[in-house]
Design a protein around this ligand. Structure first.
Ligand SMILES: Cc1cc2nc3c(=O)[nH]c(=O)nc-3n(C[C@H](O)[C@H](O)[C@H](O)COP(=O)(O)OP(=O)(O)OC[C@H]3O[C@@H](n4cnc5c(N)ncnc54)[C@H](O)[C@@H]3O)c2cc1C
Length: 414
């Protein structure tokens, strides 16, 4: 044992960056390594939840991020090109949080923002530096790294945290299983620019179209004609060649009368739902995508990783600084708290994602059960807003506030 009090953070995605920033602000020595040459340059996770902004407000950075982002206050639900519901998020979240709106900040901008604040706190991310292995010993962790110039090094740390994404080296080295599954359909994300026509869509709001064989989410982006599309690739196309924009299922795009002029970024991906069987092993921890991956429904992936980072950060800071007499007992609370949260979240997003992406069932229910309504807070609103914003730890109610309002009106008209 060397008596090192330094913490090694592997991975400079949002999880690793928030963990490093929180620890650095508490005066804990950290090293952050990442195997890539530079931060990510694509928008990936767009939505920053209320809970994340509340955590950032404790670091004094929430308002600065909000100033860079694009708030959106409402969700519209469409079926067969007809708007069937309008949910006002601001009204749902009011009284529950200082940040009742959802905030759009593309992940690359978000990461740059965190890196700037980390730099102000005196920490630079060490790029082109890969963790190749480690040994957890009694009083420390011996980590092996390799730089792009092939230089290898061994150093000792008090703790090691794997924030190294879904293919985590840390998780694999520990032999921790990653049970779950992969959805059959291939999905796409595209950052696009629209021409003249955008149908009846309000691009400042989130629009969700649920049709028989297709679903499409249209997220607001900065710029009058910019939007992020998320949808499914046609089943026929996903069997073969390298997928392009031509392979997207265009039915919902046509129904919403979207005139896509330019595709700035296009990516396809399989959606997985997995939770690691352990989040901790002695002095080594897993956080973020290294510990759990789930469907994009609700935009929870990045936000949950940031929640892991903050939960672990204050505990590590208290233990390393000697402020907590509970020591290891305090650190032992990380796994049950965060694994429980991740399992509930994966189960919820799995149900929601299966419903919206299977095509047909939900769309049929919506067309039969909903009539065009404007949804305002009802008795069920707090649980709905809480689960959408990442603030609720309870299972969300089966009926969202907006949908119950719509159904009530339908019954009254019969
Ligand atoms: C197309 C797409 C759209 C998405 N949309 C959303 C969304 O709308 N909302 C949402 O919340 N989430 C979304 N996500 C998920 C979100 O991007 C992830 O949840 C988030 O990036 C996880 O952050 P992380 O820091 O845990 O891991 P990552 O961002 O994966 O970062 C891991 C880092 O570790 C580094 N690394 C890996 N192995 C090593 C090693 N051995 N040594 C050193 N460094 C290493 C990698 O280079 C990487 O920088 C989306 C993801 C994709 C791909």
């Amino acid at each position: 044992m060397t008596g090192s009090k330094e913490i090694l953070i592997v991975g400079a995605g949002p999880t690793g960056l928030v963990l490093a920033l929180w620890l650095a602000r508490r005066g804990v020595a950290v090293r952050v390594i990442d195997k890539t040459a530079e931060p990510g340059t694509t928008s990936r996770a767009l939505v920053v939840h209320a809970r994340t902004l509340e955590l950032y407000s404790q670091l004094g950075i929430a308002d600065a991020l909000a100033a860079r982002g694009l708030p959106f206050t409402a969700i519209n639900l469409w079926a067969r090109g007809r708007r069937v519901a309008h949910v006002e998020l601001g009204a749902l979240g009011r009284g529950l949080t200082r940040y009742p709106e959802l905030l759009i900040v593309p992940q690359d901008e978000h990461e740059r923002f965190l890196i700037e604040h980390l730099r102000h706190a005196g920490v630079e991310v060490e790029r082109r530096t890969e963790l190749t292995g480690f040994e957890a010993r009694d009083g420390d962790v011996l980590a092996r790294t390799r730089r792009a110039d092939s230089a290898e090094a061994e150093s000792s740390f008090a703790y090691l945290v794997g924030c190294d994404g879904a293919h985590s080296t840390v998780r694999k080295t520990l032999g921790i299983e990653f049970p779950g599954g992969t959805y059959e359909r291939v999905f796409y994300v595209a950052d696009i620019e629209l021409g003249g026509a955008q149908g009846e869509l309000d691009l400042k709001e989130l629009n969700l179209s649920l049709d028989d064989a297709d679903f499409l989410a249209v997220f607001p982006l900065k710029g009058a004609r910019a939007a992020r599309l998320l949808g499914a690739v046609t089943p026929a196309a996903q069997q073969h060649h390298e997928l392009t924009w031509a392979d997207v299922s265009g039915e919902a795009i046509a129904r919403l009368a979207l005139d896509v002029r330019r595709v700035n970024w296009f990516s396809t991906y399989h959606v997985h739902h997995r939770v690691a069987s352990r989040f901790a092993a002695g002095r080594v921890f897993l956080a973020g995508d290294a510990a759990h991956v789930h469907s994009p429904v609700g935009g929870q992936g990045m936000n949950t990783g940031i929640g892991d980072a903050v939960n672990l950060a204050w505990k590590l800071a208290d233990v390393v600084s000697g402020r907590s007499p509970a020591g290891q007992t305090l650190l032992d609370t990380y796994e049950p708290e965060r694994i429980g949260f991740a399992r509930r979240l994966v189960a919820t997003t799995d149900r929601a994602f299966t419903l919206v992406s299977r095509g047909g069932r939900l769309a049929r229910w919506i067309r039969k059960s909903l009539v065009p309504v404007r949804c305002r807070p009802s008795r069920g609103a707090p649980s709905c807003a809480g689960s959408c914003s990442g603030r609720s730890r309870k299972r969300p109610s089966r009926t969202a506030a907006g949908c119950s309002a719509a159904k009530g009106r339908q019954r009254a008209r019969r």
